[in-house]
Design a protein around this ligand. Sequence first.
Ligand code: GLN
Length: 533
Amino acid sequence: MKYIFVTGGVVSSLGKGLAAASIGTLLEHRGLKILLQKFDPYLNVDPGTMSPYQHGEVYVLDDGAETDLDLGHYERFTKTALSQINSLSSGQVFENVIKKERRGDYLGKTVQFIPHVTDEIKDRINLVTEKNPDVDVIITEIGGTVGDIEGHLFLEALRQFSLEVGREKVCFIHVTLLPLVRAAGEIKTKPTQQSVAKLREIGIMPDIIICRTEHDLDDANKAKIAMFCNVPVQNVVAFRDVENTIYECPLDLRKDKIDRLVADVLNLKSETPNLSAWQDFVDRIVNPTNEINIAVVGKYIELQDAYKSIYESLTISGAAHRTKVNVLKVDAEKIDDKNAAKIIGEVDGILIPGGFGDRGIEGKIEAARYAREQKIPFFGICLGMQIATIEFARNVCGLAEANSTEFTKDSPHPVICLQEEQQGVTDMGGSMRLGSCESILIAGTKSHKLYGGANRIHERHRHRYEFNSDYQNQLQEAGLVIASVSEKEGLVEIIENPDHPFFVAAQFHPEFKSKPNLPHPLFFGFMEACLNR
Ligand code: GLN
């Protein structure tokens, strides 16, 4: 087993996750089996309790782990199968150490940052190693920026780990920023030098430096960075701003042969990668033959990262149709019963994503109503499905005050409500219906057809509230189609409106299972309907 640790310097939001994912893509195309994971220094046990304003999207794994959006990149960029143990935060580390202390595992000792906390981190790497004996390389991204107080223990643990496992089995990659000082017309290497100096202070000598640059990196700057950062000049790699899509990142890093550099550092035998399928996928995004406009009606619209996997799924399914997808980000709070036509009247499709809390709900209901009445392709996801249900109950079934008990406790028609097992829940962390569940598809429905006639599907969940089965008959009699129910509890998983070109809404999150050249069937169908329109 070999290890790559990816650290970041100078500033955050450098695209460290994309760099790690891209290295994964390239190594996989060299025929190696890889695993990606992330260590995050914050004190939350997981990002599940953080607002999208703080952290962007919460990405959910099959086993229900609520993780950082970078794990979404890992799963989309590679075949890596991730689980709860591939996402470690300081919160988890300390929680484990304190539990052990209380249990008496360290009895007699003073419990300290070193060795007890660093051991806990190293134990996790060893556990992942043990559970994945067939993997050639584990790539671990360390969140945050070198020099942050909170990241220090992770870096110390990695330093120790590299000594214990054998330094030749470890490749440290440091991703930094080369700012361009416009007035001087110069790229500056000093922040990179200083951030590498910080790493060396801790005792970590990076093997490869990845430099984020707006433009190319010339030989003089490469040589300078190599000398000051103590790496061979060919191990200074440029990572340019990509023009069209993040899926160009592996191709960009390949220009400086990063995969071969890594293979050399780690002494890995592997083939030159054949990237033609990846290249073709990128080409479909870069050179589209069609263009469509889709409105995403949500409440974190101004945030780039809040609906990350949804935007990626739209791009991916667009690529499958060689179609450029323009996303019109619509603030749900701006829509009312009079202005829907003005705001979303021109689009080819309307998508309502997941969400929590009552802000913007009425606007979303109006958007769903507009889509249904005007026969605009509609795709509801999680909260979006609950919205579509409320809208149908109110405006088709005549249950004017239908609502979800999440938004009002005393609706006479709670068509969305809590299941019994959720009713006593008081802890907010990790207590929703989470992860992959098996559901049955009903023959004859649009979804059944889109899933290629499959009878069973496995999709990831993250929600507390459910379609209220007390209203199932009434809604069905009014024309709502139930296209899927969960295997175990019979919970409604997909609803459809048959009298419509495409009106599909799912209680689960299909956006977590789209991959390049493998768009999720529901996104694929939605895109097709938008194109037909
Ligand atoms: N707030 C809703 C629930 O908890 C929907 C959650 C979501 O969209 N992820 O059921």
